[in-house]
Design a protein around this ligand. Structure first.
Ligand code: SF4
Length: 240
């Protein structure tokens, strides 16, 4: 199990690595930078760099991890990428169902394929399904997520690239917001963040503010108008 520095999870599991860019939020993809670094270090799983690669030998890993953990699935890829066979996705879900002592978090930008496959997937309580909504023009991903059978549904508005007014949060259990970090990161207007926080407060959806990101030099860390927002979906199916 790889420990994660991402604030809203504990560890990562990558039965698939590599991806292709499909969205504005992909421009400075962290997974791409990491994959190229790991390739240079000679890591066998990254022999092809950021090219999509399946790792069937890792499919059953979480069953070997006995200590309950919150696990981000495919932090180095997108589980609903068009080149990942449906049977492989089914195998990932089978492991998550069997490893019921863990909590799994999946995040995709391919909400169309997620919706298409949803009815053929079994959705256990310990699987949290999220879509990225980095800008207003991607809100249809939220509608697609809403139509899936996922028991816990969340949004990751990161890297937040514009305002998202009037977000429909019906049936959404959690919203994460964060600015872009790393080289050439794009700025995030604080008003976009406070508006999303207020929208969540209005309809009592847990809100998690992850970070300001690289370009907000005057604003550091996770402080938002004097508060740290680390709310999580409740009730939690698996204790932290
Ligand atoms: S979907 Fe995610 S992993 Fe794939 S290129 Fe975009 S940001 Fe990177």
């Amino acid at each position: 199990m790889a420990k994660s520095s991402i604030e809203w999870t504990e560890s990562t599991w990558n039965p698939v690595t590599g991806c292709t860019k499909i969205s504005a939020g992909c421009r400075h993809c962290y997974a791409e930078r990491m994959a190229i670094r790991l390739q240079a270090m000679g890591q066998p799983a990254y022999a092809g760099g950021f090219e999509l690669a399946l790792h069937p030998e890792k499919l059953r890993q979480p069953l070997e991890w006995r200590k309950p953990s919150t696990i981000f699935v495919n932090s180095m890829s997108d589980l609903f990428h068009e080149d990942i066979p449906e049977e492989f996705i089914q195998d990932v879900f089978e492991t998550m169902r069997e490893a019921s002592w863990h909590r799994f978090q999946i995040l995709t930008k391919r909400a169309d394929r997620l919706e298409d496959l949803s009815d053929s997937l079994e959705w256990p309580e310990n699987v949290w399904m999220g879509v990225t909504v980095e800008r207003q023009d991607y809100v249809t991903r939220v509608d697609r997520l809403r139509r899936t059978g996922a028991r816990v549904k969340f949004l990751s508005c990161e890297p937040l690239l514009g305002p998202i007014p009037g977000l429909n949060l019906e049936s959404i259990d959690w919203v994460i917001v964060g600015g872009e970090s790393g080289p050439n990161s794009r700025p995030m207007d604080p008003a976009w963040v406070t508006d999303l926080r207020d929208q969540c407060l209005n309809v009592k959806v847990p809100f998690f503010f992850k970070q300001w990101g690289g370009r907000n030099k005057k604003r550091a860390g996770r402080d938002l108008e004097g508060d740290t927002w680390s709310q999580m979906p409740m009730p939690s199916p698996v204790p932290l």
